[in-house]
Design a protein around this ligand. Structure first.
Ligand code: AHG
Ligand code: MN
Ligand code: MN
Length: 342
């Protein structure tokens, strides 16, 4: 006989009844995100058949080309959160400003959501994994339309974060600060089912993920660590392998399961880093830390960075603690050089 599956909604409800003072609002939000993800899953899976591939013919606030699916995913998530009434407002990588939801229920809601609706969107046209990233913050203002200060909070203030990976199967992985759990979508019943309880990142690994193409623009410390990875690939013990998909969600998901390190350093093209602190770095850092890993910008823990802008970017390194130790030793070169120069 098959073991009875535990669905995402059942799991969320179980956790809610265990957490004291849980009002159900956070549970409601997580369920709304789960529902929106199923809609995106459907569109991503039919991507070559329905008219969702290709460019939307516009640029986002950051001057990056927007894909049709970026727009669809953005609208789907925002509409789902708007009608739920559990969310005071949304900030998204695809929107210049945050949206404060109108109406008494939304204006009284305790939480705001930050979104990268479609991560790795350049991969959509070539049938490679893409994702969604979300971060949930308790708002600072108490009533009325939410304000910018509700979104500009440090990552340590997140009450939940997670991602959805639309891969060979679709999975939703999230944390509320009590470990990390992963759910696989069973399309035949339309439910996310608990498949990866209590995910723990291996303390060491052999996979390093970085865009080698920008190698000549990296700092000496990053280059030193890359050399260490390349050199170790010839060794018997711990031979490293480069794996880089170009969808942050997919790269980090793989490293979370297998052990590894993900890096997106500053370069000439991206002097402040490419990945966005509020929509990408903080939520993924929360997951990685909850699974036993570390995430920093080379000096500061990602979740301790005080944001000043919605679309702020950051250099980021995250992954298995022992790999992070070795990276940090290499990065010391940068700070020693800086000191000598100043
Ligand atoms: P998005 O599609 O949300 O703009 O994110 C793309 C990001 C991230 O997913 C990935 O890690 C990175 O861009 C890849 O950038 P490069 O192509 O410069 O390596
Ligand atoms: Mn992204
Ligand atoms: Mn995106």
């Amino acid at each position: 006989m098959h073991k009875r599956v535990l669905t995402l909604d059942e799991f969320i409800f179980q956790k809610q009844t265990v957490a004291r003072y849980a009002s159900g609002e956070l549970s409601g939000l997580l369920r709304d995100i789960g529902l929106a993800s199923k809609i995106i899953h459907r569109d991503v899976n039919k991507a070559g058949l329905i008219d969702v591939l290709g460019d939307a013919g516009q640029e986002n606030v950051q001057g990056e080309g927007v894909k049709k699916l970026d727009v669809i995913a953005n609208d789907t998530f925002i509409n789902s959160l708007r009608v739920s009434g559990q969310c005071a407002g949304v900030a998204s990588e695809e929107l210049e400003n945050f949206i404060a939801f109108k109406g008494t229920r939304s204006e009284k809601a305790k939480y705001v959501v930050l979104l990268d609706p479609l991560d790795g969107s350049s991969n959509i046209d070539v049938n490679v994994s893409v994702g969604t990233i979300f971060s949930i913050l308790k708002r600072k203002t108490v009533d009325g339309p939410c304000q910018l200060e509700d979104f500009l909070q440090k990552g340590v203030e997140q009450v939940a974060s997670g991602y959805v990976i639309y891969g060979s199967s679709t999975m939703l992985v999230y944390t509320t600060g009590h470990g990390v759990n992963g759910f696989t979508l069973d399309p035949s019943i339309g439910e996310f089912c608990l498949s990866h309880p209590d995910i723990l990142l291996p303390s060491d690994g052999t996979i390093y993920s970085i865009n080698h193409g920008y190698r000549w623009h990296f700092s000496n410390g990053v280059k030193k660590y890359i050399d260490h990875c390349i050199n170790s690939s010839g060794e018997r013990e711990n031979p490293h392998s480069l794996r880089y998909i170009g969808s942050m969600v997919a790269d980090i998901h793989r490293n979370l399961i297998k052990g590894g390190i993900f890096m997106y350093p500053i370069s000439e093209s991206y002097p402040d880093g490419k990945l966005r602190l509020l929509y990408e770095c903080n939520p993924m850092a929360f997951i990685v830390e909850q699974a036993g890993g570390r995430a920093n910008d080379g000096q500061t823990r990602i979740m301790e960075i005080d944001p000043t802008q919605l679309h702020q970017r950051s250099q980021i390194f995250m992954g298995s603690p022992k790999m992070m130790d070795r990276l940090e030793k290499c990065l010391q070169v940068d700070y020693v050089t800086e000191k000598v120069e100043s």
